[in-house]
Ligand binder design. Structure first.
Ligand code: 7MF
Ligand code: ZN
Length: 884
């Protein structure tokens, strides 16, 4: 179903408070999948802090209005008006009670926003603006009120009736119906409302909070999944413990419910005491979920739980402030995962994710600051920038203030704003006031888009034993924002002797050398820092811990990189050194070269890999990260114009050379790890599997690979090993790939989450023929265009994780994808818009591909009745032509 609205831009600067306050609201749901009746009783009073308005303007879409009464008297036709998006009550008194009765149709709701059906149960998704599809309401985050919700439904079909807060009453009715009344004692905006009605099983546990509150924890799932909830429950308990210990934040109700659904537009949702999750982030069993699935579950369970304070107790004034809750909560979930698993590995993965996904977004047509200035469709602003760059900016506060200073700031933030809807400026003020520091320069990060580039150079003076680091910063212009200001960039550095020892760092103006790792503050366009008592020309270790979300330019020599990789105390820098060695080889030496028979590589990279493969001290997960070659997308980012086929061939060639040259080492490490220990999901065990499967991926470039993969697949007792082996067989085009895919399909045909993986493996095979396979898989019984997970696994994976397939030179990948975007837009605009974003970097490619992609964007843009969601993406992409 389409949105009725014509595309209209909303501006941050135009914020005005709502003219009315809501004392409380009562909602009554009469559940029926065809037609659910919703009665709302809104008690309203004029808001003295707002510009007076004689009208009450309520948001509402796609519902049938049955009746409307004020203070129990039905309004006449002249007393209100309505259109596609709104209901307006004219000449309202200073205080009144509105009773509104509407009908909605969950069964017809394919957009999965508002109240909809998943299998046999009903559920809601309201963030950001879905509540307006449930009833007429001021659907904005700064209108907060207390909700009382009564749900009536057939007892047999819908034995479980859930909403926010506590159950206050329930009862039986005639005709096999029953009812339950929920009351949420905390005020909240409508986007945090939730309702679930269905026949669900649950796993129960308890958590005693630090002040002694006994909280009942439940994970609700469809009956067949009850044996896959334990890890989610464990993660929830770990999250609750961690937030008490690290942030001194305690849970505030007696119930915490999680519901898993297969039909969800996003990852999960933090509705007060009733989180709703994509089943991908709840269900896990060793034979169905990979290690990265387990890590995803832990992170997302944490994320939604942490929202209870950063998002729910203190929420956003308007959607331009989204990063206030999302950037902060992502930072918190990253810290949680770091404390639970390996901090170094987590940091590297987050940095890689930011660089390979957020940096391109910020250089493309949809580039925006973490606090955007305008939007057409707010759903399009749940972006890598708002979330991941937002988290990186919170991490910089943490770098600048330290853990204690940061916690002081958080404490003041909650003291000031508990129960309020606030802005990013309020957060900055709390951090600044609590620490007595002026953060106004730092505040520029909120309003400036684009990735800053830092260029470093150095001078060594042997006579004075002094080393000077020159840093300069520059942010290139982005779409919509030409002029950029200097930012406050926390830049962490160390200096290593050629033998790898770390020098104590004493700046010229200092009396002593406080540490071997220092945080430099780059605040101007150019600054220099001189360190003294450095007896030998050092190797600089730059941007340690990825201390700021910037691109660093520094010409490291191969020998510098070798020293850093082998000795640096900072895991990010060690990893980055390995990545730079590999990147130099791929982009510098192999790209554009005819790939010869006799395999030849620079010895620097080979020796680096030899060292890694023989290292028995470093965490195997870190070694694995270092040996994963930079991704094709990231490599493409480094080029003026992306050479899709050249990058693929050069990267593959380097991988094959390494595999060939170091085959015995890959083999012995693989065997050793394969025999190590039986399966468990401990951190150490996951780390071993990750290195083992990286070794396998190299060995698949040699003759031994297919047999090893087949043996691993048939003996595996866990999904991580099975999937790595299956993917290896399929991607390498092994003869065994077809039968292996078939066997896997037979075994898992009725398991939605596992079949998603089966789709992804096929959709991401780097082969010009993949588009044909993907097209035929649209007809597979396990695929459905109505299901977002399926769409992401087949269509999304093809368009966004398979450069060779998607960018196939004849444009068939593009036209296939545009067809899917158009078909999907008629059903689910939110997901369609995500898919359409695959075309965003169109002008980064060669002339022929550019014009093919542009033609598809134009074709999409002319579709009749296109949603505002997809319209915003394609029109923004088309607005950014590159001059010939
Ligand atoms: C971890 O942010 C990180 C990000 C909105 C929906 C979940 O809690 C959320 C919701 C989108 C994109 C990413 C995430 C979420 C949403 C997410 C989940 C887990 N408030 Br859209
Ligand atoms: Zn979130």
């Amino acid at each position: 179903m389409k949105k009725g609205a014509v595309s209209k831009t909303v501006y941050r600067e135009k914020y005005t408070p709502f003219a009315w306050n809501l004392d409380d609201v009562e909602l009554r749901f009469d559940i029926d999948p065809d037609s659910t009746r919703v009665v709302s009783v809104l008690r309203m009073k004029r808001n003295p802090a707002a510009q007076p308005d004689s009208d009450i303007r309520l948001d509402g879409q796609q519902m049938e209005l049955l009746s409307i009464a004020m203070n129990d008297r039905d309004l006449t036709a002249e007393e209100y008006s309505k259109d596609e998006d709104r209901l307006i009550i004219h000449n309202a008194p200073d205080a009144c009670t509105l009773t509104i009765e509407v009908l909605i149709k969950p069964q017809e709701n394919t957009a999965l926003e508002g109240l909809y059906l998943s299998g046999d149960f009903l559920l809601t998704q309201c963030e950001a603006e879905g509540f307006r599809k449930i009833t007429y309401f001021p659907d904005r985050p700064d209108v907060m009120t207390r909700f009382e919700v009564t749900i009536t439904a057939d007892q047999r079909r819908y034995p479980v009736l859930l909403s926010n807060g506590n159950i206050v009453n329930s009862g039986q009715l005639e005709g096999g119906r029953h009812w339950v009344r929920w009351m949420d004692p905390f005020v909240k905006p409508s986007y945090l409302f939730a309702l679930v009605a269905g026949d669900l099983a649950h796993l129960e546990d308890h958590f005693i909070t630090s002040s002694g509150r006994d909280v009942t924890l439940r994970v609700y799932v469809e009956h067949e999944n009850i044996d896959r909830c334990d890890f989610a429950m464990k993660s929830l308990i770990n999250s609750m413990n961690w937030d008490e210990e690290r942030f001194d934040l305690e849970y505030d109700l007696d119930i915490y419910n999680i519901v898993a659904t297969n039909d969800f537009n996003m990852g999960a949702m933090e509705n007060k005491s009733l989180n709703i999750f994509n089943s991908k982030y709840v269900l896990a069993r060793p034979d169905t979920a990979t290690d990265s699935d387990y890590q995803g579950i832990e992170g997302v369970i944490g994320h939604e739980y942490f929202h209870n304070w950063t998002g729910n107790r203190v929420t956003c004034r308007d959607w331009f402030q989204l990063t206030l809750k999302e950037g902060l909560t992502v930072f918190r979930d990253q810290e949680f995962s770091s404390d639970m698993q390996s901090r170094a590995v987590k940091r590297i993965r987050d940095a890689r994710d930011l660089r390979s996904r957020q940096f391109p977004e910020d250089a493309g047509p949809m580039s925006h600051p973490i606090r955007p200035d305008r939007y057409i469709e707010v759903n399009n602003f749940y972006t890598m920038t708002v979330y991941q760059k937002g988290a990186a900016i919170i991490r910089m506060y943490h770098k600048l203030l330290g853990e204690d200073g940061f916690q002081k700031g958080m404490k003041l933030y909650f003291e000031r704003h508990d129960g309020q809807a606030v802005t990013c400026d309020d957060f900055l003020s709390a951090m600044s006031d609590a620490n007595g520091v002026d953060l106004s320069l730092f505040g520029r990060w909120y309003g400036q888009s684009g990735t800053p580039e830092v260029t470093a150079s150095c001078d060594y003076d042997a006579e004075k034993a002094s080393f000077t680091l020159h840093l300069s910063q520059h942010t290139p212009p982005t779409n919509n924002q030409q002029d950029k200001l200097a930012l406050l960039i926390p830049f962490e550095v160390g200096l290593l002797s050629p033998a790898g020892e770390e020098y104590p760092l004493q700046l010229l103006e200092e009396e002593s050398a406080p540490a071997t790792s220092r945080l430099l503050l780059l605040e101007q366009e150019e600054q220099s820092f001189t360190f003294i008592n450095i007896p030998v020309r050092p190797v600089p270790s730059l941007l340690r811990d990825f201390s700021a979300p910037v691109k660093l330019h520094y010409s490291y020599s191969v020998s510098d990189l070798t020293v850093l990789m082998a000795h640096d105390s900072d895991a990010f820098v060690r990893w980055e050194a390995a990545q730079l060695l590999a990147q130099g080889e791929i982009l510098g030496n192999q790209l554009g070269q005819p790939q010869t028979e006799e395999l030849q590589l620079d010895q620097g990279l080979v020796e680096a890999f030899r060292t890694l493969l023989q290292d028995r001290h470093t965490d195997p997960a870190l070694l694995a990260e270092a040996m994963i070659l930079p991704g094709e997308e990231y490599l493409g980012e480094q080029m003026a114009e992306v050479d899709v086929d050249g990058i693929h061939a050069a990267r593959r060639y380097v991988k094959r050379c390494l595999a060939d040259t170091l085959r015995p080492l890959f083999m012995s490490r693989y065997k050793e790890l394969n025999d190590a220990a039986p399966y468990d999901n401990s951190s150490a065990s996951m780390a071993r599997r990750s290195l083992k499967n990286v070794c396998l991926s190299y060995l698949l470039e040699t003759e031994d690979g297919a047999d090893l993969a087949q043996a691993q697949l048939s003996s595996s007792d866990n999904m991580t090993d099975s999937l790595a082996a299956l993917l290896g067989l399929v991607w390498s085009g092994a003869a065994a790939a077809g039968p292996a895919l078939e066997e896997f399909e037979q075994r898992w045909r009725n398991d939605a989450l596992v079949m998603d993986k089966w789709f992804v493996i096929q959709a991401t095979k780097p082969d010009p023929d993949t588009v044909r396979i993907v097209r035929s898989l649209l007809d597979h019984h396990a695929f459905s265009i109505n299901n977002p997970n399926k769409v992401r696994s087949l269509i999304g994976a093809f368009a966004m994780a398979n450069p060779t397939g998607f960018h196939v030179v004849d444009g068939s990948g593009y036209s296939f994808h545009a067809d899917q975007v158009i078909a999907l837009d008629a059903l689910n605009p939110q997901v369609a818009a995500r898919m359409a974003a695959a075309f965003n970097p169109w002008n980064r490619y060669d002339k022929s591909r550019r014009s093919l992609m542009k033609a598809e964007l134009e074709r999409i843009s002319t579709v009749d009745g296109l949603s505002p969601d997809v319209f915003e993406i394609v029109s923004t992409a088309l607005g950014m032509e590159k001059p010939e």
